[in-house]
Write a protein that binds this ligand. Sequence first.
Ligand SMILES: C[S@@+](CC[C@H](N)C(=O)[O-])C[C@H]1O[C@@H](n2cnc3c(N)ncnc32)[C@H](O)[C@@H]1O
Length: 485
Amino acid sequence: MKKSTKLERIYTSGEHLPRGPRFGDIFNVDIVDIDEKGRGLAYLKVTVGPQEEKRKYTFAVRSGVPGDRADIRVTNSHRKKREARIHRLIEESPLRIRPECPHADPFAERMCGGCSLQSVGYENQLLLKEKFLKKLFENRGLDSAPIQSMLGMSSPRYFRNKMEINFGESKKFDIGLGMHPPGYHYEVMDHETCLIGPKPLIEFIEKIREWAIASELVVARREEGTLQAIGLRIGFQSVAIELIVSHEIAPELVNSLNVLVESLFNNPSLAVTVLKAQRGTPTTRKSTHIRGPLKWKETLVVRGKSYDFEVSPGAFFQTNSLQTGLLYESILNEVDALIENEKTSIWDLYCGSGTISCVLGEYFENVVGIDIIEASIADATINADTNGIEGCTFICADAHEIFNEKGVPDIIVVDPPRGGLTPKVISLICASRISGIVYVSCNPKTLVRDLIMFEEGGFSMEKVQPVDMFPHTFHMENVVRLRRG
Ligand SMILES: C[S@@+](CC[C@H](N)C(=O)[O-])C[C@H]1O[C@@H](n2cnc3c(N)ncnc32)[C@H](O)[C@@H]1O
C-alpha cells in the first residue's frame, strides 16, 4: 500500500488544499459540536485540488470540547466523518475544567475509557447532551419534539452498581487489572482512583490483582492464557462477583479466591465463568456458582417507596440504582398522563426482572410484564410477590409473538435493548388498538428512528424526558410519551 506523505503545512478553513485530508495531516480548526460518542466535532471548509472544488470535511476529535481552537492530527481518513486527535490546544474552551480523576486526563499518554466527558463540568455535560439530543431530533425532521431539560444527579459520584474489570498488561505490575485505554486491547490502566465505580472498587482491584499474581495464571491473549476479567455487582443489599476465565482453574485457586472475597464483603456470591470466544465458532459461557446467594439483590426507591428486587446472574439491571428511581418516576408520570382510570390495562414489554412492572403495579390493577428470558420472568414473578404487588402478571414470550397471543392493552411501556424496536413490533403496535406508548430508550439514535415510524403510524409525541443515568460519559436515557392521533 502506498504511504501518505503529510501536507507540508497546517491548513485552516477558507484555504486551498492540494488534496483531501489523509492520515497524519494536521489542520487548524474550531471545535463546535459534539457527536454521539462524546467526541468534539470540527468542520473544515476548503477548496481542493487543481479544479478548486468546494469541500466541507467533518472531523470527530477525541477529547475535543466545543469552544476549543486546536491543531488536530488526522488518525483515520477512511470514514465520511474523519477521526482526529488534538495535536496542540491553541485556545481552551470556556467549558473545559481539569478532570477530577487523574485517569481521565485527555492529554495523558493513556486515559481511562470510562469517563470521556470529565473535561467538562457536570452542569455543562447535561447541557451538551441536551444540545446533542435536540440536534439529532432536528436533523431527522422532528424539530418540534418537546424535549425537556435533562434530569441529572445531585452527586454524580460512585454511582455504578456494576463494573467489569479486565486483566491485561500493566506498566507497574506483573498482571494488570483495570479498564482498557481507548484503542488498546491488551494494556489496562493501573487505577489509583475511580470516580464512578462503587466505593470499594480500588481496594477490590488491588486484592484481586494480588490474588491473580500469586495464582501464577496467565492473562488471556488471543487463544492463549486464562484470566479475562472480573465482574463486581454491589447493591444496597448484596455483592456478586464473577471471575471470567478461558479455561477451568484449579480447585485450590477457586478456594483461595473464595476465602479472599469472603474477607472483603459480607456474604458475597462468587461464580467462575468459562468464556470461550474463538474465531469461527459460537461464543460459549459456562458458569459455576461457588458460594453465597444465587441471585443478586438490590433496592430501588421510587416516589418514596422502597422496592426490593432479585436478579439472576447475567440478567439485565440498570447500572445506576439511585438514578433508576428517578427514571422510573418519569415513566410513572408519563403513564399517569396517558391513563384514563386505574383499570386501564398496561403492558411492560421487555420487562427484564419486572422492575418497571412492579412500580406500575403499585398504582394500576392490570399490568402484564413480558420478556424473552425465562429466568428474568421467574425473577419478575418473585419480585412482584416480595413487594406485595398484586396487579401484575408475567409472560415469557418474544415481543414479535405476543401480539398474536394476547388481547392487546390500552397503554404499552417499551424498554428495548440498545438496538431499539424492530419494524415488525412497531407496525404491530400501530395496527393495534393501543392508545398510548411510553418508550424508554438508552440509545437516542435508534429511538429517533423508531419515533419517526410511530409518527407515520398515527402516534404523536407529547414529551421527551432525558435522564442522566451515566454521568461523565456521553450515554443517556430518554422517556418519551406518545399518544394516538
Ligand atoms: C433494556 S432491558 C430492559 C429491562 C427492564 N425494563 C429494566 O428496566 O430493568 C431489555 C430487555 O429486553 C429483553 N428482550 C430482548 N429481546 C426481546 C424480545 N425479542 N422479546 C422480549 N423481550 C426481549 C431482554 O431480555 C432484556 O431484559
